[in-house]
Design a protein around this ligand. Structure first.
Ligand SMILES: [Fe+2]
Length: 133
């Protein structure tokens, strides 16, 4: 059984954004469970919609936060979000076109897609916020 779970290593020290990351991972977890259970296209489509809606919301909130603290790497960060958004769109297309996808591959995608981003790029926002106060 594969799982998509938030762990403390993903904590960037900014409670509002941390909560959003938890939700994002939970949405991905729902999708993963549906893939594992072999759910049909309709269910997967709905779960993707939830994930994408929340992704858009979260990225916009993170951008607002970066602007509010004068984060110097906002531009590069927004570009990373743009690429992540494209990647999850491709993942969605692949999955819905009926290409075989194992839960292990989905977890691998999750790790590359958002976990690495949180651990590397979002952590830098947290560090910057900490050091400026
Ligand atoms: Fe981010």
């Amino acid at each position: 059984m594969t799982k998509a779970e938030w762990t403390t290593v993903l904590d960037i020290g900014l409670p509002v954004l941390d909560e959003q990351h938890k939700k994002l991972i939970a949405y991905f977890g729902d999708l993963l469970l549906a893939i594992e259970a072999g759910k049909g296209k309709d269910v997967l489509e709905e779960l993707f919609e939830n994930l994408l809606d929340y992704t858009d919301y979260h990225f916009a909130e993170e951008k607002k936060y970066m602007d509010s603290i004068g984060y110097p790497e906002t531009e590069a960060h927004v570009e990373a979000h743009r690429r992540l958004r494209i990647d999850v769109g491709h993942f969605r297309e692949k999955l819905l076109s009926g290409q075989p996808f194992t839960p292990e591959q989905a977890v691998k995608f999750l790790n590359g897609w958002i976990i690495e981003h949180i651990m590397i790029m979002d952590t830098r926002i947290g560090d910057f916020a900490k050091n400026r106060s």
